[in-house]
Design a protein around this ligand. Structure first.
Ligand SMILES: [Zn+2]
Length: 304
C-alpha cells in the first residue's frame, strides 16, 4: 500500500511542474480533509471556493473570447459565478451544467470545470455548436466548510419546488430565461458511501442514459446487490428513492431535485444527476465522470 502511495506522490509531483491549469493532475489542486460521519473517518478531497475563482480567472486569460462569466448574486459573503459559452452560432444543443450543490462533493465542481476547459481548448463547443451554461459551485459555503447543506442548513437539492424562496432556484430560473430552454441538464454530485459511478434519472429517457453509459467501463459502474435488475442498490432500501435499473443507472423519486424541476417545468428536455463514488480511485473517478459528461453530449447528437 505504501509503495502505491509513493508512486502516486511522484506522479503528482511530476505533473505539478506543468500544472498551470486544471488539465493537470487533480489531486494537487485539492486539499485533503478528514471528515467524521457516524463515527467513521472519511478522507475527502476538497476543491474549495478560491480555487474555483482562480480557475475562472485562468480561463478568462486563456480563452478570452470563448465564454462570458458573471455573478448571479452573493450569499453569506460568497459570490455565485456562472459561465456561458460565446459565439456558438445557432446552437444545435443547449446544455446546462450544475455542480457543487453538496459541500462534501466539491470534486463535482472540479470535474465540471475540467470538462469545460478541455472543450474550450479543443473548440468542441464551437465545432459542434453546443451552447453550455454552467453554475460550477452551487454551495460555496458548504464546500469551504465541508458540509453537505448550505449556509441556511438547507439541502438545496430538495428545494426546487413551487413556492421555494431559495436564491439558487431564482438564479437557475434566470439562466433558463436568459439562455434556455435546454436540451440537456446535468447536476453533478458524488457519494461517499455508494459504490461506483452512476446516473440518476426521474423516469424519462432511460434509453438515452443507457446509450451514454456504453463507453464507461462496466467495472466502475454502480451495481445492484443481487446482480439482477431492477433491484435496489447497496445501503438504500427505500423504494421511493433509489432503484437500480441497470449497471450505472438508477431512478429516483426524491422530491424537489434540480433534475426533476428542470424536466417538469419544461426548462430542459432531459435532466440527469451524475454521481461519482469516493470508493473509486481518485484518478479514475474524475476522468470517468468527465468522460460520462462528454458521452451525454455525444448521445444527444446520436439520438436527436
Ligand atoms: Zn450530492
Amino acid at each position: 500500500m505504501k509503495r502505491v502511495c509513493f508512486a502516486v506522490f511522484f506522479v503528482v509531483c511530476a505533473l505539478n511542474l506543468n500544472a498551470a491549469n486544471l488539465s493537470g493532475s487533480y489531486v494537487d489542486m485539492c486539499s485533503k480533509y478528514l471528515k467524521i460521519i457516524n463515527n467513521k473517518e472519511y478522507e475527502i478531497y476538497v476543491f474549495n471556493f478560491s480555487k474555483m475563482v482562480d480557475s475562472i480567472e485562468d480561463f478568462k486569460k486563456r480563452f478570452p473570447d470563448k465564454f462570458e462569466t458573471s455573478n448571479l448574486g452573493t450569499e453569506s459573503d460568497y459570490k455565485y459565478p456562472y459561465l456561458a459559452t460565446k459565439h456558438v452560432e445557432a446552437p444545435r444543443y443547449k446544455v446546462f451544467i450544475m455542480a457543487g450543490q453538496h459541500g462534501t462533493e466539491s470534486l463535482s465542481t472540479l470535474s465540471a470545470l475540467r470538462w469545460f476547459e478541455n472543450n474550450l481548448s479543443s473548440d468542441f463547443f464551437e465545432k459542434e455548436r453546443v451552447q453550455v451554461v454552467m453554475l460550477p459551485m452551487a454551495n460555496p459555503w458548504g464546500v469551504d466548510n465541508v458540509v453537505r447543506k448550505n449556509h441556511n442548513d438547507i439541502d438545496t437539492n430538495r428545494q426546487f419546488i413551487d413556492g421555494s424562496t431559495m436564491s439558487l432556484k431564482a438564479w437557475v430560473d434566470k439562466l433558463v430565461s436568459k439562455y434556455g430552454p435546454y436540451d440537456l441538464s446535468l447536476d453533478i454530485h458524488g457519494t461517499l458511501f455508494k459504490e461506483g459511478l452512476f446516473i440518476v434519472q426521474n423516469g424519462s429517457d432511460i434509453e438515452f442514459a443507457q446509450q451514454a453509459l456504453k463507453s464507461t467501463s462496466h467495472e466502475i459502474l454502480s451495481k445492484s446487490d443481487s446482480g439482477n435488475y431492477p433491484d435496489y442498490r447497496g445501503t438504500n432500501t427505500n423504494p421511493q428513492k433509489y432503484l437500480m435499473l441497470a449497471p450505472g443507472l438508477s431512478t429516483s423519486e426524491t422530491l424537489g431535485t434540480f433534475k426533476s424541476y428542470m424536466e417538469s417545468s419544461g426548462a430542459s428536455t432531459r435532466a440527469f444527476t451524475l454521481e461519482y463514488s469516493d470508493k473509486i480511485d481518485e484518478n479514475i473517478k474524475i476522468v470517468a465522470l468527465e468522460n460520462l459528461m462528454q458521452q451525454m453530449v455525444f448521445t444527444m447528437r446520436n439520438v436527436d
